[in-house]
Design a protein around this ligand. Structure first.
Ligand SMILES: Cc1cc2nc3c(=O)[nH]c(=O)nc-3n(C[C@H](O)[C@H](O)[C@H](O)COP(=O)(O)OP(=O)(O)OC[C@H]3O[C@@H](n4cnc5c(N)ncnc54)[C@H](O)[C@@H]3O)c2cc1C
Length: 424
């Protein structure tokens, strides 16, 4: 492959949220794509995630507006409360906050299925291959090559050639490990997350997101199903979080690790706020999944020759600002935009990294400091027994500044999103 960025062929490793959006965006930019996904079949795994307006705009431009609206909850408001359920901060979200596009809360697996169906419909047949695990890759004068093995037998099932390789293979990225062999396991924060969904009657607006507690004990919940809402029900995604000693052995970073509720339920027994009962939500769940709160340090470099990283492979982050999936989607779009704009693949990969690596590194670090959830810990430290008036505890200007500065760091403040939507 010579210097031209077009026409080009990409090998994408990983058919998760980042890999599939990358495939759709690159295809539209005139790049041929082959996606190799380790899972034998794409199934709706995971629980809820959020899509901030900057990433929703990208999904709308991919033609997914109607499917998202029919599937996801258009988030109306975000509310932070202390461990007694007293309101610390409340703000409208998405279109209610003046954005021209919504914020969505959605089941991760359903989003993946929406993207997978779009990829099957739009890409040439055979472009998305499942059950194929990246085993090895390299680069020569002709471009990049990769070898894939069967997930179960380990037998070689495919070799691929392309002009560049995009590693969207998640938090345990094989490609990242090759470039950073001494990095080891993801970094444990000393907190464990228990994730589940519970079908129940709606709370508050039926489209509200609630963050309760403080750094040592937190509970987050929000509805994620528009079909349930239409039947006056709520499918509520929730995450219970507890701090454990930092030197204790964290559980495996496995998104599908199921555990009993008794492991974490007791400390939440008294968290019945009247308008929301945490113990009832926990009791109503069928299956609970355990995941340690982990991330990785921002990297000095994503692109090595014609191989680059994207999404969680590049920047796994704590789930405190509801941004993990959105940042992967932003990466995908930036990569495609750069390939369309630049005259060589090398220049496009360099510009992609220059745009996205510092930006996502800043989000990883902001999340380590608590991101917008910082208000919870501030309220706990300043008023551990609760308060009559939050303004006596945290002045409004301070609350506003925490919320606004996080949005700017993560690139989804209203003016930025609306300006870029108008520019398209
Ligand atoms: C099964 C699953 C459930 C999840 N559930 C949640 C959740 O409930 N809440 C939440 O906040 N986040 C969840 N996540 C993570 C979330 O999807 C990501 O943080 C975010 O969307 C960024 O997406 P990504 O595409 O970079 O990574 P991911 O969505 O993790 O996708 C990575 C993909 O790469 C594939 N892959 C990995 N290694 C290889 C290999 N060697 N060869 C080929 N393919 C490979 C994986 O099977 C996966 O499909 C989950 C991820 C997975 C894989």
């Amino acid at each position: 492959m010579t210097g031209s960025a077009k026409p080009a062929k990409a090998i994408i490793v990983g058919g998760g949220i980042g890999g599939l959006v990358a495939a759709l965006c690159l295809h539209r930019a005139g790049v041929a794509v082959e996606v190799y996904e380790a899972a034998r079949e794409v199934r709706p795994l995971g629980v809820g995630i959020n899509l901030q307006p900057h990433s929703v705009r990208i999904l709308h431009e991919l033609g997914l507006e109607h499917e998202l609206a029919a599937t996801a909850i258009e988030t109306a408001e975000l509310i932070y409360v202390n461990k007694f359920g007293q309101h610390i901060w409340q703000e409208p979200r998405g279109r209610g906050a003046g954005y021209v596009v919504p914020q969505y809360s959605i089941h991760r697996g359903e989003l993946q299925m929406i993207l997978y169906r779009a990829a099957l419909a739009e890409l040439p047949e055979g472009s998305v291959r499942t059950g194929q695990v990246l085993a090895d890759f390299g680069e020569d004068a002709q471009g990049v090559h990769a070898r894939f093995v069967d997930r179960d037998s380990g037998a070689e099932v495919a070799t691929a050639r392309g002009d560049f390789l995009v590693a969207a293979d998640g938090i345990h990225s094989t490609v990242r490990r090759r470039f950073y062999p001494d990095e080891g396991e993801p970094k444990f924060s000393g907190r464990i997350l228990w994730r589940a969904t519970t079908e129940t009657t709606p709370f508050l607006t039926g489209r509200s997101m609630v963050w309760a507690g403080h750094d040592n004990q937190k509970f987050v919940c929000y509805p994620i199903s528009e079909p349930a809402r239409r039947q006056s029900r709520s499918l509520v995604n929730w995450i219970a979080e507890l701090r454990v000693p930092l030197d204790s052995t964290p559980p495996r970073t496995d998104w599908n690790r199921r555990v009993e509720k008794s492991v974490f339920r007791a400390p939440f027994e008294s968290w019945d706020f009247g308008w929301l009962s945490v113990p009832k939500l926990i009791d109503g769940a069928e299956a609970v999944y355990e995941f340690p709160m982990v991330d990785r340090d921002p990297l000095p470099r994503w692109t090595h020759g014609r191989v680059t990283l994207l999404g969680d492979a590049a920047h796994p982050m704590y789930p405190v600002g509801s941004n993990g999936a959105s940042q992967a989607i932003l990466d995908a779009r930036e990569l495609a935009d750069q390939l369309a704009a630049q005259t060589s693949i090398d220049a496009a990969l360099a510009s992609y990294e220059a745009a996205r690596r510092p930006a996502t590194g800043a989000v990883v670090l902001a999340n380590r400091k608590g991101g917008p959830d910082r208000v919870l810990q501030l309220a706990e430290e300043r008023a551990p027994n609760g308060f009559a008036n939050i303004e006596d505890v945290i002045p409004r200007a301070e609350l506003e500044s925490i919320a606004q500065s996080y949005k700017q760091t993560a690139g989804f403040d209203r003016d930025t999103v609306n300006r870029s939507a108008a520019a398209k």
